[in-house]
Design a protein around this ligand. Structure first.
Ligand code: GLP
Length: 258
């Protein structure tokens, strides 16, 4: 970092919506409330969805709200951010499996309106182009939910010299493989490649909500809200989005607000 080229983090935070909440429960409450509010207002909302441990609490709350007949997903369309390339949908660590287990099996969404990247039959290139066309045909994503990798990745857009705008096949970073190996028997079982929505598809969403919980995310959050935009920290590009909210707990905020 050169002298004089830092933006005051407080100034960045004033530009973005930053909600620092007490803990994971509060984070999940806030995230679910945002999704529910949109779906109540726009029955045919298009949601961009994320996997990982972070949004599990949000999904649990949305399922609860659905069971209490507070919210209906019958006209909602969803696009998931990413999926491991080599895992079949029935594999317990696949994001297909995750989404059905935590959300889709418990709500009244129509299966035809669920989109998760999985390339079968088509070439990867054709599949990725088709995924982006499907997002466009649905009218674009109204609300994109994001987690964040400890290296600042969003979806599986890993730190790199340049980032791709559209959906694409990606080699996972060693750090991501290490982080995600906690879900597998051994690091060797973690797939090396994934299909992810590109940074362009994410940035085109009408609204973005990024969720982060725990100390392990504090560095990535600080780097994403530093006032510097760099493909070395993919989440830092979100600072350019006109309607983005970071909902993070105290631990994830521990570097920006010690
Ligand atoms: C994975 C996913 C991301 C997710 C990230 C963080 O790598 N591809 O979309 O945001 O992990 O996951 P967690 O919430 O489990 O920390």
């Amino acid at each position: 970092m050169q002298a004089g080229d830092r933006t005051d983090p407080k100034a960045v935070m004033r530009m973005l919506n930053l909600e620092i909440v007490k803990n994971y429960d509060e984070l999940s409450d806030r995230a679910a409330a945002k999704v529910a509010a949109l779906v109540k207002e726009k029955r045919d909302a298009v949601l961009g969805l994320a996997t990982g441990a972070t949004p599990e609490g949000m999904y649990a709350r949305l399922v609860r709200m659905h069971r209490a007949e507070e919210v209906s997903f019958s006209s909602v369309t969803t696009f998931n951010l990413d999926e491991y390339e080599s895992l079949p949908p029935g594999h317990p660590q696949s994001y297909h499996y995750y989404m059905h287990r935590h959300f889709f099996s418990h709500i009244n969404i129509s299966p035809q309106r669920i989109n998760i990247p999985l390339c079968s039959g088509l070439s990867v290139e054709a599949f990725c182009l088709d995924y982006d066309s499907r997002i466009e045909a649905a009218g674009g994503i109204d609300l994109q939910i994001l987690g964040i990798g400890s290296n600042g990745h969003v979806g599986f857009n890993e730190p790199a010299n340049s980032l791709l705008l559209g959906t694409h096949l990606v080699e996972l970073a060693e750090e991501t493989i290490r982080d995600n190996s906690r879900h597998f028997d051994s690091p060797g079982d973690v797939p090396r490649r994934a299909i992810t929505m590109g940074i362009g598809s994410i940035m085109q969403a009408g609204e973005i909500v990024l969720l982060a919980s725990g100390k392990g995310k504090a560095r990535a959050i600080a780097d994403s809200l530093s006032g510097r935009v760099t493909t070395a920290v993919p989440a830092s590009l979100l600072q350019l989005h006109p309607r983005v909210t970071f909902i993070i707990d105290k631990e994830a905020a521990s570097i920006i607000e010690p």
